[in-house]
Design a protein around this ligand. Structure first.
Ligand code: URP
Ligand code: ZN
Ligand code: ZN
Ligand code: ZN
Length: 499
């Protein structure tokens, strides 16, 4: 009989059944009752508490401030790979997918190498992988670099339809989708129509309407819906699995739902900020609205928030990610750039100069558990696990190594509190990232991970990181493992589709 390294006793696995979880060499070795311990086995008594697979956050920006664009603007990401992944495991997330961003004219592969090196230097508390951001799909990038990256386990690209320095033309978008299809990669897209956003932004600037609140006006729902529709049209022609990231409005959600009902290869992501935050945050006085500037922006209509919740419940959203992209509120290289660089004398600054993004990698799981499972009771633990771990693992080619509590899977596990008293208000001082504020400050959470295990090792326990537990490793990935119902494997090419 094998000696187990760790036994979790009486785990309420995914809120479905109670058993012991036996761990050996970092993997789940056995599930059963009354598992036999040896002298050397560590026992963790879960006392019937819910245990879920470690969270997988497929959308995390860390140390993404090395590009000429960020340097020129003076942005500094508030998190290194070290601090960002420390924050991840403190919130129950054991795998993060980060972004390696190509700037125009640069080698994409060199960028990915640089991020590999950075992760090695800084150390990571969570396992990690990379999405390759393609801003310049030259023949060299498409024909030479992407195939190498695919062989190295980078199985996703990200494309932007907005942002001056990153957006690609429709033709380049099609080229990149075509290559991704051939290599079995998933394409992520930031779907906003850049011209529409630019037009509204210019109109607002001309009238001096630059307070943070106007960010929402500058990014109308139509910009998101149009780009979503276009991206879906193109991915459908190319038959490339597509993920629309950070969906924030019902207009997009409906386009996505329709495409899915037609069995198009379309998946969707939403993020915590679109479930909990809105206009009142952006409207905060004394430039505090800057803390809530992200793209797409927080939406002002409460009906929009309800529509995003509906999409989570009814299956339109495949995954729930943080889009953690932290900039400090104080100091010269974060949100204050919107004040210091405001050249129109508006004491509330200029939203166009405020770096985009909110922190949230640590609060993602407890927020959905608290709000979705416990407070609204609109999703159950099974759906919670799908959205935060199982589906990201499948979409990004990590399943069943990650995203499952089954024999052979990595022992990445989250133990939730059995009885969570007193209830906890989120305070930034309790979080583990490098940012100086939390957008969720003061919100009451009804539960929080009590313990996080990465490949069988406890990395977070009772509110604290356990020693220097930077055990995280790079995880190479396979292609999309979610069902692509319409696909006829191997039979497809562009000319067939066009005929
Ligand atoms: O505001 C956001 N989401 N910043 C991060 C960059 C992006 O668009 O994903
Ligand atoms: Zn984006
Ligand atoms: Zn993002
Ligand atoms: Zn506080």
């Amino acid at each position: 009989m094998q000696t187990l390294d760790v036994i979790l006793r009486d785990a309420f696995v995914n809120g479905a059944f109670v058993c012991d979880i036996g761990i050996k060499h970092g993997l789940i070795a056995t599930l059963g009752s009354n598992l036999v311990a040896s002298q050397d086995t560590d026992i963790i008594d879960c006392e019937g508490a819910i245990v879920t697979p470690g969270g997988i956050d497929g959308h995390v920006h860390l140390a993404q401030d090395k590009s000429p664009r960020a340097q020129e603007a003076g942005y500094q990401c508030a998190d290194t790979i070290e601090t960002g992944t420390r924050s991840a495991v403190a919130g129950g997330t054991t795998t993060v997918l980060l972004f390696a961003e190509q700037s125009r004219g640069e080698s994409l592969r060199a960028k990915v190498e640089a991020y590999h090196d950075l992760a090695q230097q800084q150390g990571s508390y969570a396992d990690y992988g990379f999405h390759a951001i393609v801003t310049d799909p030259t023949p060299k990038v498409l024909e030479e670099e992407l195939p190498i990256l695919a062989r190295e386990g980078i199985m996703s690209i990200k494309l932007f339809l907005t942002y001056k320095h990153m957006r690609i033309s429709d033709k380049d978008f099609l080229r990149a989708l075509h290559k991704a299809r051939e290599l079995g990669m998933v394409a992520l897209v930031h779907a906003e129509n850049g011209d529409l956003v630019d037009f509204f932004t210019e109109q607002l600037e001309a009238q001096g309407l630059t307070d943070p609140l106007y960010k929402a006006v500058a990014h109308p729902a139509a910009a998101e819906a149009e780009a979503t529709n276009r991206a879906i049209t193109f991915s459908s022609v190319m038959d490339t699995p597509l993920l629309i990231v950070h969906v924030s409005v019902p207009e997009s959600t409906e386009v996505i739902r329709k495409a899915q009902s037609q069995l198009k290869p379309v998946f969707a992501e939403t993020c915590p900020q679109y479930l909990l935050l809105g206009k009142s945050n952006l409207a905060q006085e004394h430039f505090c609205g800057a803390k809530f500037i992200c793209s797409p922006p927080l939406r002002s209509d409460p009906n929009d928030v309800e529509a995003i919740w509906r999409g989570l419940v009814n299956g339109t959203f495949t995954i729930f990610s943080s889009d953690h992209c932290p900039y400090r509120f104080t100091g010269p290289n974060g949100k204050q750039l919107g004040l210091s660089q405001a050249d129109n004398g508006n004491p509330n600054g200029m939203f166009t100069k405020i770096p985009n993004g909110l922190p949230g990698v640590e609060t993602r799981l407890p927020l959905l558990f608290s709000e979705g499972v416990l407070r609204r009771r609109c999703i159950d633990v099974k759906r919670f696990v799908e959205l935060t771990s199982e589906n990201p693992a499948k979409l990004y080619g990590l399943y069943p190594k990650k995203g499952a509590i089954q024999v052979g899977s990595d022992a990445d596990l989250v133990i939730w509190h059995h009885a969570f008293t007193p209830r906890r208000l989120v305070h930034n001082r309790d979080l583990h990232d490098g940012c100086d504020y939390s957008p969720y400050e003061g919100i009451e959470f009804l539960n929080w991970p009590k313990m996080t295990l990465l490949r069988g090792k406890v990395v977070f326990k009772d509110g604290r990181i356990v020693g220097d537990s930077r055990y995280g490793r790079f995880v190479p990935r396979k292609g999309c493992g979610l069902p692509l119902t319409r696909r006829m494997a191997g039979k497809w090419d562009v000319l067939h589709a066009a005929a």
